[in-house]
Design a binder for this molecule. Structure first.
Ligand code: ATP
Length: 618
């Protein structure tokens, strides 16, 4: 439950917005992002500690191989050998086996912990997104958010699982190898040190550039995902306007942009990878040359040089692998910054604002709604006020019709009463208490809505009706469908209540969808009902069925109807007329017709239109 009086928690608090309008907190430095990663891993320290132990043992064994090489050259292959070859062979096999066991253990533990961490991260990211204030969704595209959830976290997943485990293995190997190089021969190692700082410096510059490029690639992918999401969701409109080719072009353009950026990243990776490999081999050439001279002058044994070269190879291979991983880490940091940015912005800016006086046990009992001098402007359009000084009251059980031209602010009233936005001035009271004093659950249970175009989810009819009250039993679901005039057609489907309705309910007709939505609202049984009447005309029969269902739904509840039909308004006890955000008339429908004002004119116009085209909506 979000309870906050902190000004930063207000939905109006200015957020950092990137030039693309993305809603994230200020980008963080690499160190901070790393610290956040580590923070996520903290709860899993036990398996991680075990994995690290396995890592140290496994890598320790690897680092012992060059010593075996030294023994083979100096003491097995030379005159007067102190070990025989079979003993050395058997010892090697034993070592390989132990090492394999520890490597498997390390791999398994790091991967599982990594997967766990990313699964948790995905969940909290989803939670952060779905809990945001409504204005956030007004300015952010859905595709961008799904992309953050899917592709950014995917990137993090590969990094914190396999890559992290590999990085640690080769990191230990490189470090251990370096130490052992010095132990084996200091003079040779000093010669090698000339090359090392060059490699390190290059790696750092490179990492920074890859990180920036990665962020850009991820943004470009998010862009293309939103284009795809939008056009796939609206595929019917796309087809009917014959815009398939244009959408394809728009998508491929966005994909090409991300590809170009990825290509630059690949070029950078290629150059860096090649450079590092060259430096590694150049170092080996240097060692062979300097070391060969040392052996020839008897300053070092042939076995020592063999061990030394093996260590150099280890270090070189490890650095090579690490440089490859560095790219992935840099990419993950880019993705991590985005993900954490979104998480932080969410923490600053929670979904609904509740007051400091919120009473956890408060519930809406009577359904007395009072809009007291409400003024409001949408946060995404601060220059045009939508409602001005709106004042009205709906008594328990009363039906209030809200009418007005398109864009007058009718739906905005519904949005405010649902707590989706905060009024700039005035106060909404329910049962005498400010709306913000009710906890989220009470508000959701007490206020229900049947939208103009109801959204159903992709489960079965039963799932959708139960959405209103998840613990409802079968009989309650059937009763709700019955009261909503929906049971007959639902039972007519071969699968009955188990019929899958398709995404957004596409497999149902408009009238059927509405009746299922009415059943959902009936089951929820809220004290206050907001009804956004459908504008699209249904055929006479289903119109009558829907209307009958609505009448049952409204019975005994306080109802605010965003009315588009004269017949609906006539059923209301009271009505308010909005004109460009101002409440211009209020009273009973018959009073307003008598007054001869805005509403009377609307009725007249409707009558003329009806006689001309036989429609019933305005
Ligand atoms: N989410 C939003 N962000 C910014 N402006 C909005 C948003 N929703 C609506 N508006 C603007 O607010 C004004 C009132 O819109 P509203 O949806 O309340 O009108 P309405 O009376 O319900 O219209 P209709 O009958 O066409 O549904 C319009 O000018 C609209 O452009």
């Amino acid at each position: 439950m979000s309870s906050s009086t902190d000004p930063a928690a207000s939905p109006r608090s200015p957020l950092h917005s990137s030039p693309t309008g993305r809603d994230v907190a200020a980008p963080e430095g690499a160190t901070v992002t790393w610290r956040r990663f580590v923070g996520l891993a903290k709860p899993h320290w036990r398996p991680l500690a075990l994995a690290t132990l396995a890592l140290v043992i496994g890598s320790g064994i690897t680092l012992a191989y060059p010593q075996v090489g030294r023994v083979v050259v100096d003491e097995v292959l030379s005159d007067g050998a102190s070990y025989d070859l079979s003993t050395v062979g058997a010892a090697l096999l034993g070592l390989f086996l132990i090492q394999a066991i520890f490597f498997s253990l390390r791999y398994y533990l790091f991967t599982v912990v990594g997967d766990r961490v990313v699964a948790d991260l995905r969940t909290s990211l989803y939670e952060a997104i779905i809990g945001r204030e409504m204005a956030f969704f007004d300015r952010t595209r859905t595709g961008e958010l799904t992309s953050r959830l899917a592709s950014d976290t995917q990137l993090l997943q590969s990094v914190v699982t396999t890559n992290l485990s590999m990085a640690l293995r080769y990191g230990v190997q490189a470090l251990g190898g370096l130490v052992l190089l010095f132990v084996t021969n200091v003079r040779l190692s000093l010669a090698m040190l000339v090359v090392l700082p060059v490699v390190m410096g290059a790696a750092m510059v490179y990492g920074r550039r890859v990180r920036r490029l990665s962020r850009e690639v991820q943004d470009a992918i998010a862009d293309s995902t939103s284009i795809a999401e939008e056009s796939i969701a609206g595929v019917r409109t796309v087809r009917s306007f014959g815009r398939v080719a244009n959408e394809r072009a728009r998508y491929s353009e966005a994909i090409e942009r991300s590809f170009d950026l990825a290509k630059s990243r690949a070029v950078l990776g290629g150059i860096f990878g090649g450079g590092v490999t060259f430096l590694a081999y150049a170092t080996i050439a240097l060692i062979v040359w300097v070391g060969g001279h040392l052996v020839l002058s008897n300053a070092m044994s042939a076995g020592e040089l063999t061990a030394y070269i093996l260590y150099v190879l280890f270090v070189a291979v490890s650095l090579g692998v690490l440089s490859g991983l560095w790219t992935d880490f840099a990419r993950a940091l880019g993705a991590g910054e985005r993900v954490f940015g979104l998480l932080d912005a969410a923490a600053m800016n929670r979904g609904r604002v509740t007051s400091a006086n919120v009473r956890e046990d408060a519930i809406i009992t009577r359904g007395h709604v009072h809009f007291h001098r409400i003024s409001f402007t949408y946060p995404t359009r601060l220059d045009s006020p939508v409602l001005q000084n709106i004042d009205f009251e709906v008594r328990p059980g009363q039906k209030l019709a809200i009418v007005g031209a398109s864009g007058a602010g009718k739906s905005t009233i519904a949005n405010l009463l649902s707590g989706f936005y905060q009024p700039d001035e005035g106060e909404i009271r329910v049962d005498g208490s400010p709306l913000n004093d009710f906890p989220e659950d009470a508000l959701r249970a007490g206020i229900g809505m049947v939208a103009q175009e109801p959204v159903l989810f992709s489960g079965t009819v039963r799932d959708n009706v139960r959405y209103g009250r998840p613990d409802a039993d079968e009989q309650a679901v059937r009763d709700a469908l019955q009261a909503a005039n929906a049971l007959d057609f639902v039972e007519g489907f071969p699968e009955g209540l188990d019929t899958v309705v398709g995404e957004r309910g596409v497999r149902l007709s408009g009238g059927q969808k509405q009746r299922v939505a009415i059943a959902r609202a009936l089951l929820k049984d809220p004290r206050v009902l907001i009804l956004d009447e459908a504008t699209s005309a249904l055929d006479v029969e289903s119109e009558a069925l829907v209307q009958e269902a609505l009448d049952r739904l409204m019975e005994g509840r306080t109802t605010l109807i965003i009315a588009h039909r004269l017949s609906t308004v006539a059923r209301a006890d009271h009505m308010v007329v909005l004109d460009r955000g101002n409440l211009v008339e209020a009273g009973s429908p018959s009073e307003l017709v008598e007054q001869g004002g805005v509403y009377a004119r609307m009725v007249q116009m409707q009558a003329i239109k009806d006689s001309a085209s036989d429609t019933t909506t305005w």
